[in-house]
Write a protein that binds this ligand. Structure first.
Ligand code: NAX
Length: 331
């Protein structure tokens, strides 16, 4: 039998946490043959709720779940973890300045970075979900210098999956037959959902999405804004932000990273830019990646037209600005 993998979920008493921990315990993230030990962290005001989640995990009698640590102590939470899913953060509340929210999250990610660096297992893989996800991941990277930048990522898979979903609905095809959309840039409304290399599996072979949709006007405008604004549309409908889709996408992100992407398929992940596609190095930026043997690699050589170029640059500019704002909170 396999040794259990320790998975940390921060903000585990929140709504994404509530959807995510049972998925992990069922093997959705790491495979149905992989035992897991869940480490759940939240802050003292949520301690009782967190304990309630632990009680439910016990009650669900998940065969793969070999242990649960529920704590408000960041050192205990981080000790020995192999995978860290960072969902906890400070939300933007009405009337709050962007700088104030940034400052709260910078201080959270700075201290959690140190705890992970000192106490996590070697080669721990980190996924930041909490917003501003890209910049929180960058802060985490800066303050955990001994964790390889290859191991620090942020979630844009939800946006990627939303793009697949929109194409599937539009063409009335199975979502599993659509692939290779790309989310470029920030997990914010400046992101660029790109279908220029996306395809659909048809009885006559793989066809480009553009050829099948036959409506560039829709693809270049409404499709993009629908994906960019989907989070807001969910809040409007549910009066709560996306939770089950965020949790499911976080599982997709880690699963593909650890177990690999299928041949010929890429996914979107926020990763540390090496300057690929002339995106400034040193930002956490969402790129198309393939994964093998537990490592992601940015897909190279895709053609970028003028329309796309502008959009890649726009979201990079926003991230550079966020980075500067985050750094200004440090001093
Ligand atoms: P909730 O407010 O329901 O849960 C957040 C939890 O984090 C709370 O239980 C809170 O007590 C805890 N927390 C706060 N500070 C903490 C700290 N320092 N250490 C540990 N835990 C802490 O929010 P939820 O709806 O679950 O969303 C969580 C985060 O995901 C938010 O930042 C949200 O903006 C972000 N999202 C990111 C998405 C993405 O695709 N990257 C999509 C969904 C979601 O909007």
């Amino acid at each position: 039998a396999k040794e259990p993998v320790r998975v940390l979920v921060t903000g585990a008493a929140g709504q994404i946490g509530y959807a995510l921990v049972p998925m992990i315990a069922r093997g959705v993230m790491l495979g149905t043959d992989q035992p897991v030990i869940l480490h759940m962290l939240d802050i003292p005001p949520a301690a009782e709720a967190l304990n309630g989640v632990k009680m439910e995990l016990v009650d669900a009698a998940f065969p793969l779940l070999k242990g649960v640590v529920a704590t408000t102590d960041v050192v205990e939470a981080c000790t020995g973890v192999n995978v860290a899913v960072m969902v906890g953060g400070f939300p933007r509340k009405e009337g709050m300045e962007r700088k104030d929210v940034m400052s709260k999250n910078v201080s959270i990610y700075k201290s959690q970075a140190s705890a992970l660096e000192k106490h996590a297992a070697a080669n721990c893989k980190v996924l930041v979900v909490a917003n501003p996800a890209n910049t929180n991941a960058l802060i985490l990277k800066e303050f955990a210098p001994s964790i390889s930048e290859k191991n620090i990522t942020c979630l844009t898979r939800l946006d990627h999956n939303r793009a697949l979903g929109q194409i599937s609905e539009r063409l009335s095809v199975q979502v599993s037959d659509v692939k290779n959309v790309i989310i470029w840039g920030n997990h914010s409304s400046s992101q660029y959902p790109d279908v220029n290399h996306a395809t659909v599996k048809t009885p006559a072979g793989e066809k480009p999405v553009r050829e099948l949709v036959k409506d560039d006007e829709w693809l270049n405008a409404e499709f993009i804004t629908t994906v960019q604004q989907r989070g807001a549309a969910i809040i409007k409908a549910r009066k709560l932000s996306s939770a089950l889709s965020a949790a499911s996408s976080a599982c997709d992100h880690i699963r593909d990273w650890v177990l690999g992407t299928p041949e010929g398929t890429w996914v979107s992940m926020g990763v540390y830019s090496d300057g690929s596609y002339n995106v400034p190095a040193g930002l956490i930026y969402s790129f198309p990646v393939t994964c093998q043997n537990g490592e992601w690699k940015i897909v190279q050589g895709l053609s970028i037209d003028e329309f796309s170029r502008k959009k890649l640059d726009l979201t990079a500019d926003e991230l550079s600005e966020e980075k500067a704002l985050a750094y200004s909170c440090l001093s």
